[in-house]
Design a protein around this ligand. Structure first.
Ligand code: HEC
Length: 218
């Protein structure tokens, strides 16, 4: 064996001998990452500056005339509250089911987003109208004879696009919730205009537990 081969053999022996020493020892250093692939890359965080782009914004706008996959929103009924002929739709979109869950959702969302102005039962008398000089123009009474016959899509549109002095709630309220709120507005309107004959015969007699808050024990 020449000197070089002997040195190499010694090195191998030392290297092998030192391997067991690694077992069980802890280190604060990050693990050795031999194969980098593309695991570590430069990343842009929201609202960050990046000199790479002329306008310095890391958040890029989609190129003009393009739509991201899944964001075409071509369902006019669901997204715009309109029938194919452009008239306002007077029903929930087929993808939204009318059930207790929807109405409960509509009620809670209405109480958060609409009741401060329109009042909890929609008479246009929410807390903001009772402060200082109130609100001019005042929030609409949702039981007005003019508003009651409006199709469901009308309320969806007012929430989405605003109306007169009322601003749009498109940015705050997702599409499905806007429908849930519209359904709740309709529920308020119908219940406000109810006659004794509208109550099903099987309903508990007045003075019973009818109208007790949900979850209340009799
Ligand atoms: C910050 C107060 C405010 C909030 C919150 C608000 N509105 Fe309004 N809303 C108004 C005012 C004010 C008007 C009257 C606008 C006008 O006549 O210029 C109005 C009008 C309306 C009308 C009548 C439109 C018409 O044809 O005259 C409807 C329906 C309505 N709002 C529904 C809603 C619903 C549903 C929500 C909750 C998503 C909501 N509003 C939240 C202030 C508010």
């Amino acid at each position: 064996m020449d000197t070089q081969a002997r040195r190499l053999a010694a090195l191998v022996v030392v290297a092998l001998g030192s391997l067991p020493a690694c077992r069980g020892t802890r280190s604060e250093d990050p693990p050795v990452h031999l194969q980098q692939n593309m695991d570590f890359q430069e990343r842009g965080d929201p609202q960050e500056f990046n000199g790479f782009f002329a306008d310095g914004r890391v958040m890029r706008k989609p190129p003009e005339g393009t739509v991201a996959v899944g964001l075409l929103k071509d369902d006019d009924h669901l997204y715009r509250g309109r029938n194919l002929d452009g008239t306002l739709a007077d029903a929930l979109p087929p993808s939204i089911k009318l059930d207790d869950k929807l109405l409960t959702r509509g009620e809670t969302r209405y109480n958060i987003y609409c009741a401060p102005c329109h009042g909890q039962v929609g008479r246009g008398d929410g807390p903001v109208t009772r402060r200082g000089g109130g609100m001019q123009p005042p929030p609409a009474n949702l039981h007005l004879a003019r508003l009651r016959p409006e199709p469901l899509g009308y309320f969806y549109n007012v929430i989405s696009n605003g109306k007169g002095k009322m601003r749009s709630y498109k940015a705050q309220i997702p599409v499905e919730d806007r429908w849930a709120i519209s359904a709740w507005v309709r529920t308020l309107q119908v219940s406000h205009d109810a006659k004794p004959g509208d109550v099903p015969a099987a309903a508990p007699a007045p003075g019973g537990n009818a109208g007790a808050p949900k979850g209340a024990t009799p």
